[in-house]
Design a protein around this ligand. Structure first.
Ligand SMILES: Cc1ncc(COP(=O)(O)O)c(C=O)c1O
Length: 452
């Protein structure tokens, strides 16, 4: 198929009045109104935010984003794995709007509200682990990670943290130190907090012999520094920003065993993978493991800022009263959004959809592995990626060019990976089959055009 942009002469009169059901390009991307707004952005907003696609969104429907020029873009990003239920889900909007009318904030540390407790109860009941749990709510993913470390340190009275190659845990001072990639996340921002050690992983696609060697090196690292000095080890069950890395079978169970043996708190960072993204409620379920603390954010609030640390009751209660909190932690509007997300997840179709998305992505992209430059198609459910690499090494240039071509044709894709050589697909779980197919066809054509 060709990917010539469909251009028309007249922009939509009122983008908000248009029902978006399919990709539609009325202008080149970015269109004239987006370019005007982009000029304003450059005048008023710091340059330090990297922008994937300088297009301004007017409204959204399911898996389609409608820009200010009336273009309909297929969303393969979900705001980085956030809008799993769609970017304007009516159930989320209804619950959040009703809460906005009642009250917007009390600060849960000042006076309480039931939705906070309801979100905690649901997470206690649904996160992996057959043990008594307690949950703490926060605002961002990084904040959930930071607080898990506070809990682990308070509970164990140990200082050190073990994280892993290719990890991404956030942009705050401590989570930046836990994140592996230097540029752009850590560059010029040091000195970084100490007591953070980094161990190897066993990516399934580069570890034909399994996880034994990596687990042995982790044991050696712990032995060298004293396992009794480690409060926590923190791992993403599928590494997101690092390149959608699925670990070799046995790696995560091996980590679980090492953590238990040394009394180290295993923190599973499900901030990107959790709440249905991989076809199960939690990606750790694919491995049959439970963290001592499981972290959620992103899809939890469907775009309203909400994050959670859910863990063994004795750990979560080891912190002194007043030791955790935050002005906006567990905001009531975000809690209502989360309760709508839970209802949608319980209906069951979203998890099935994730499996359907994986089948469609594999069907379309796996044949491309025959092309020189495409090394791997991997992932689980609606968290799929295609890696570009050839005999010269990782090809970030190919990934960037293919993603740019897809974006220019109205299919919003992101790249990731330490070398930027991976295109990642994170469509909303509600994406319709025909929209998904069209988006994949555009992506395939974009990749073929770059490789030809
Ligand atoms: C696995 C993981 N952990 C932590 C974070 C940080 O979350 P936030 O950006 O909400 O602080 C992210 C964000 O992408 C993530 O993917």
């Amino acid at each position: 198929m060709t990917v010539t942009p469909e251009t028309a002469t007249s922009p939509a009169a009122d983008p908000a009045s248009v029902t978006a059901t399919a990709r539609r390009l009325l202008t080149e991307l970015p269109g004239p109104r987006s370019r005007e707004l982009e000029a304003e952005r450059r005048r008023h907003v710091t340059n330090a935010f990297g922008i994937t696609m300088p297009v301004f969104i007017e409204h959204a429907q399911g898996s389609l984003l409608v820009d200010v020029d009336g273009n309909h873009l297929i969303d393969f990003a979900s705001g980085i794995a956030v809008t799993s239920v769609g970017a304007a889900n009516p159930k989320v909007a209804k619950r959040a709007a009703a809460q906005l009318e009642r009250f917007t904030h009390t600060c849960f540390m000042v006076t309480e509200y039931a939705s906070f407790v309801d979100v905690c109860r649901w997470l206690n009941e649904h996160t992996p682990g057959d043990f008594e749990k307690r949950t703490a709510l926060f605002t961002t993913g990084s904040e959930a990670v930071e607080n898990a470390i506070k809990v682990a340190r308070a509970a164990t009275r140990r200082p050190n943290i073990l994280v892993f190659d290719e990890a991404y845990h956030g942009r705050t001072q401590l989570t930046m130190a836990m994140t592996a990639k230097e540029n752009p996340y850590r560059l010029n921002f040091g000195p970084l907090p100490g007591s953070v050690f980094r161990g190897p992983t066993a990516p399934a696609h580069t570890s034909p012999d399994g996880p034994g060697e990596a687990l042995g090196r982790i044991e050696a690292l712990l032995a060298q520094n004293g396992p009794e000095t480690f409060a926590a080890m923190v791992i993403e069950p599928i590494q997101g920003e690092g390149g959608f890395i699925v670990q070799a079978p046995g790696f995560l169970t091996g980590l679980r065993e090492i953590a238990t043996r040394h009394g180290i708190v295993l923190v599973i960072d499900e901030i990107q993978t959790g709440l249905g993204r991989t076809g199960k409620l939690f990606a750790s379920e694919h491995e049959g493991i439970a963290g001592d603390i499981t972290l959620t954010a992103k899809a939890l609030g469907a775009g309203l800022p909400l994050s959670a640390a859910t863990g063994r009751a004795e750990l979560m209660n080891a912190v002194h009263p007043g030791g955790l909190g935050g002005t906006y932690a567990g905001n009531p509007v975000a809690c209502e959004a989360a309760l709508a997300v839970f209802e949608l997840l319980e209906e069951g179709a979203l998890l099935d959809n994730a499996g359907r998305i994986e089948t469609a992505v594999r069907g379309r992209l796996e044949p491309l592995m025959a092309l020189d430059g495409v090394a791997d198609v991997r992932g689980r459910g609606a968290m799929m990626a295609i890696e570009f690499r050839d005999s010269s090494g990782p090809r970030g240039d190919l990934a960037a060019a293919a993603a740019k071509a897809a974006n220019a044709h109205g299919v919003l894709t992101l790249t990731c990976g330490t070398n930027g050589n991976v295109i990642r697909l994170l469509p909303p779980l509600v994406i319709e089959a025909d929209v998904l197919d069209e988006g994949l066809a555009v992506l395939e054509a974009s990749i073929r055009s770059v490789l030809s």
